[in-house]
Ligand binder design. Structure first.
Ligand code: G4P
Length: 525
């Protein structure tokens, strides 16, 4: 198969949801369809128990599972589907944000009983910022839940999506009989105790009496009314609108019963985008360019603390990646060659000889990579859209073992490169502050510093509300701001100015008093 064919058959996406909506179950069913796994239960949930605040075994277990399930690839109807895993726990949300930079589309899973939940709102917001095409799957239709139209309203109001149902449930919970597939005009009947998929009937004309025979007169009439309403209220489905991120098709089903999943997958394969261009600071990179380029969106420490090597996950953006070939590490300005580039598939690893745009490969690394780094054939390209987010929890970090200060510094740098947290250097008192999105990271850092670097750290409280990156075009005004707010200033890992606001009020005051200074909540603005 040539490069063009390889490119044209790749579809790389992520599944996002609030924990427990059914992401793991859906992933597993998709892999079963693709023949990538043979039995249910092969995909381990990467969830950390909700009660866990500092359960290290859980953290370690999660790290192990997430390496194994980082990318799950399978073939289906001639396409190569790459599912990139996104951590479920909200303290690892930043990982998910970064993974979303490496996908070309997403499937959002919603629990029919719970509707749109907070974590889904945040994640969809990031996708919408980038116009990522979104398909919605409403799960657990075998249970009682919210009304279909109310859910569509929620998708519009809470997620800001313009939606179009492409399947519609016939009943729900105990009365759930199946879905009407509006994409292919077929009735698919639910058979909870039977085969993997229910019986399928082609019913183009909903007025036909066959519908009454299949689902009963009452349900048939309700379905007719509802489909008429859908056709009146919602826009027609246009693939182009979906690809531009303007319109999201909605499917209903039950992942655990493998119901409605095939309809979702068949439509996904038809409509989901092939690898999309990526923006760099220098120019737009098209996937069909001859020359290879890619960026690192995730770094994982190896599970074995004795070998401090790590795996950097690289998304290929253009050209063909070849094993044992010299590539240019743009930030380090040097050539590197990889003898064991790896693909991961539900705990199975294999060496990749070649990889194409849309693919993700794991590169063994002894500390050369940071999140956001790019590899090319020589061109200077810096991929955009992999920002650090303003952390929300802060602590001073203190070295508890003066003899191990080198180890501590090294450990901290490497953990920050992995994106576990962010380190700020506060100028006026020469102290280091760690900022994280979730509280769990503080425990992760302490634990990993000890086990992987032999360093001990403690934390001291620091009263902070937000860290914002600042920007000011006027040099004089910037200098004035920096000197007046000296006590609130810090620098990030790249030496950028960061304003540490003690409260929402101080942030407001600073914004009012210095109208020329812009306060940003992500490092990339
Ligand atoms: P997550 O990755 O999004 O966190 O969710 P996961 O797939 O682990 O599913 C969460 C729970 O919801 C699981 O139950 C799973 O079996 C159940 N579930 C998934 N899809 C459906 C569905 O279509 N209908 C119903 N009724 N339940 C569904 P659990 O009790 O937490 O775990 P388990 O013991 O079943 O593994």
């Amino acid at each position: 198969m040539g490069f063009k064919e390889e490119l044209g058959r790749r579809k790389t996406f992520g599944i996002i949801s609030h924990p427990d909506a059914g992401k793991t179950t859906l992933t597993e069913k998709l892999l079963l369809f693709g023949g990538a796994i043979q039995t249910a239960g092969a995909v381990k949930s990467n969830k950390i128990k909700k009660s866990a605040t500092s359960d290290f075994m859980d953290i370690e277990r999660q790290r192990g599972i997430s390496v194994a399930t980082s990318v799950m690839a399978f073939d289906y109807r001639g396409k190569k589907i790459n599912i990139l895993d996104t951590p479920g726990h909200q303290d690892f949300q930043e990982d998910t944000f970064r993974t979303l930079t490496a996908v070309d589309s997403v499937i959002v899973v919603i629990d029919v009983a719970k509707g749109v939940e907070t974590q889904t709102e945040k994640l969809v917001k990031v996708c919408r910022m980038r116009d990522t095409p979104i398909i919605v799957f409403i799960n657990k239709m075998d249970r009682e839940g919210k009304d279909g139209f109310d859910l569509l309203d929620e998708l519009e109001t809470k997620l800001g999506l313009l939606v179009r149902p492409l399947s519609w449930p016939v009943g729900m919970g105990r009365d759930f009989q199946g879905v009407y597939n509006l994409y292919e005009r077929k009735l698919v009947l639910f058979n909870p105790h039977g085969k993997q998929t229910g019986d399928v009937f082609e019913i183009n004309d909903l007025d036909s009496t066959e519908l009454d025979e299949r689902v009963g007169e009452k349900a048939a009439n309700t379905l007719r009314e509802e489909i008429t309403m859908i056709d009146e209220i919602y826009p027609d489905f246009e693939k182009e609108d979906y690809l531009e991120g303007l319109l999201s098709p909605v499917f209903f089903g039950s992942a655990i019963n493998n119901f409605g999943v095939k309809e979702l997958l068949d439509c996904f394969v038809d409509i989901a985008p092939t690898p999309l261009p990526r923006i760099t600071e220098e120019r737009k990179v098209l996937p069909n360019e001859d020359k290879f380029s890619g960026f690192v969106f995730k770094i994982h420490a190896n599970m074995d603390p004795k070998h401090r090597d790590r795996i950097a996950f690289l998304r290929i953006c253009s050209g063909t990646f070849e094993r044992n070939t010299n590539y240019f590490h743009v930030r380090q300005e040097r050539k590197m060659k990889f003898s064991n580039p790896t693909s991961f598939m539900a705990a199975k690893k294999s060496i990749v000889e070649q990889a194409y745009p849309g693919d993700v490969i794991g590169l063994y690394d002894s500390g050369n990579f940071k999140i956001g780094d790019s590899l090319t054939e020589g061109e200077e390209l810096n991929f955009k859209g992999i920002p650090s987010f303003s952390p929300e929890q802060f602590r001073y970090v203190v070295n508890k073992d003066p003899l191990k200060s080198k180890q501590l510094a090294k450990g901290l740098t490497q953990l920050m490169d992995e994106g576990v947290a962010q380190l700020f250097y506060r100028e006026f008192n020469n102290r280091k502050i760690i900022g994280t999105v979730g509280a769990l990271q503080f425990d992760v850092i302490q634990y990993r510093l000890k086990h992987e670097y032999g360093a001990s750290c403690a934390y001291e409280p620091v009263n902070l509300h937000k860290a914002c990156w600042i920007e000011c075009k006027d040099e004089v005004k910037l200098k004035e701001f920096l000197s007046r707010r000296k006590r609130d200033m810090a620098t990030d890992k790249d030496g950028n100015h960061v304003f540490l606001a003690e409260s929402a009020w101080t942030l407001n005051m600073a914004q009012e008093n210095f109208p020329d200074v812009k306060f940003h909540f992500t490092s990339e603005f």
